[in-house]
Design a protein around this ligand. Structure first.
Ligand code: CA2
Length: 152
């Protein structure tokens, strides 16, 4: 079965517990369940991980090669700083979709820069946890999988 890795970066373990005005009340466990449900609907296995450590995220990206058909990455604040993550994505050569809960382009200027975007298939931001489901749908289309829904 086609498999996707959903990878979450620093502080996202706190989702739903702090700053609900920015990130909502959905927890990371809720996001995991949403991703697993969307994967099941579209016929894809979902692996889900979170780390606060840049090197652990890099190892996960390297380890995805030959194991997962794609990666959905919310790199958190490393998005705006990490050339190392960008290089890992380039060298692993596993298709990747960048996701953010918030609309990073409507926030502080330092969040407008993404080191991930140039090496990603695309970026989804501003739709909260739904963005993860949209990224899984985008992978289903990109990989040429059936939606599971009867044609209209
Ligand atoms: O909007 C996103 O998904 C972000 O990746 C979230 C990052 C932020 O640095 C990016 O600019 C945009 C922050 C993740 C921290 O998550 C928290 C969640 C709840 C409480 C505190 C932090």
């Amino acid at each position: 079965m086609t498999s996707l890795l959903i990878l979450n970066g620093p502080n996202l373990n706190l989702l739903g517990t702090r700053q609900p005005e920015v990130y909502g009340r959905t927890t990371l466990e809720d996001v995991r369940r949403l991703c697993e449900a969307e994967g099941a609907r579209l016929g894809m296995a979902i692996a889900f991980a979170q780390s606060n450590h840049e090197g652990v995220l890099i190892d996960a990206i390297h380890g995805a090669r030959g194991v997962h058909a794609g990666i959905v990455l919310n790199a958190g604040a490393y998005t705006h700083t990490s050339v190392a993550l960008m290089d890992a994505i380039s060298s692993a050569a596993v298709p990747l979709i960048e996701v953010h809960l918030s609309n990073i382009h409507a926030r502080e200027a330092f969040r407008h820069k993404s080191y991930i975007a140039p090496v990603a298939l695309g970026q989804i931001c501003g739709f909260g946890a739904v963005g993860y489901a949209l990224a899984i749908q985008a992978f289903a289309a990109h990989l040429g999988l059936q939606s599971g829904e009867p044609a209209a």
